[in-house]
Design a protein around this ligand. Structure first.
Ligand code: GTP
Ligand code: MG
Length: 197
């Protein structure tokens, strides 16, 4: 499914402008700058369709992309971006929360966590929300190329330990680097199972 041409088809700042949910959807959530947009590029090998940036807070709308009519990939705006104005920040966060807890056709949320920094309060809040709303999610550790393998393993163990009490964390944690390509094929295989054939 990831071989299909990636096409941008909608951007939303408010929930009333979400496109109708007609195909299975996978969303990418996480703090600003964790590498959500880069991961979308790496998964599809289509660089440039999704914009990435060194500056946190680039993605400010919920962006919908599709792979033919088989799978919709959703790039969520990052949270915890310190430089945004307080009210703008809250609006993004509300939008993400609403999307994650109510979206019809949402098959999985990939919660991206920077391997260097680990999970923060906002990440745990999102996990709690997804537990409550029975949203299927999985943790994706990103940027593994800049951390020693032993520290990647440690981080993975730490997160699994902290999330043990969450019953619905049945989906495996995956570790990726959009830069080196490590783990990308594995994640593609996991996510392709959620697509329409
Ligand atoms: P927002 O849109 O601000 O929420 O950020 P984002 O999560 O979409 O992050 P984005 O993909 O724009 O990447 C942020 C920065 O991290 C960019 O400078 C990327 O080049 C870098 N980056 C992303 N993935 C990796 C990775 O696997 N390894 C390394 N070393 N850098 C990465
Ligand atoms: Mg982005």
């Amino acid at each position: 499914v990831f071989r299909n041409k990636l096409e941008f088809f909608a951007a939303a700042k408010i929930s009333s402008s979400f496109p109708p949910p007609t195909i299975p959807e996978i969303a990418f959530a996480g703090r600003s700058n964790v590498g959500k947009s880069s991961l979308l590029n790496a998964l599809t090998r289509q660089w440039g369709v999704v914009r990435t940036s060194d500056k946190p807070g680039l993605t400010q709308t919920i962006n919908f992309f599709k792979l033919a009519s088989k799978l919709c990939l959703v790039d969520l705006p990052g949270y915890g971006f310190a430089y945004a104005k307080e009210e703008v920040k809250d609006a993004w966060e509300e939008l993400v929360k609403e999307y994650v807890s109510t979206r019809v056709g949402l098959q999985r949320v990939c919660l991206l966590v920077d391997t260097q920094w680990g999970m923060k309060q906002r990440d745990y809040e999102l996990v709690e929300l997804m537990e409550r709303s029975k949203t299927s999610y999985q943790i994706v550790l990103t940027k593994t190329d800049i951390v020693f393998p032993i520290d990647v393993a440690r981080r993975a163990m730490q997160i699994q330990e902290n999330l043990k009490k969450n019953k619905s964390i049945v989906n495996p944690l995956v570790m990726v680097s959009s830069k080196s390509g490590a783990g990308i094929r594995n994640l593609r295989t996991v996510l392709a199972k959620l697509a329409r054939f």
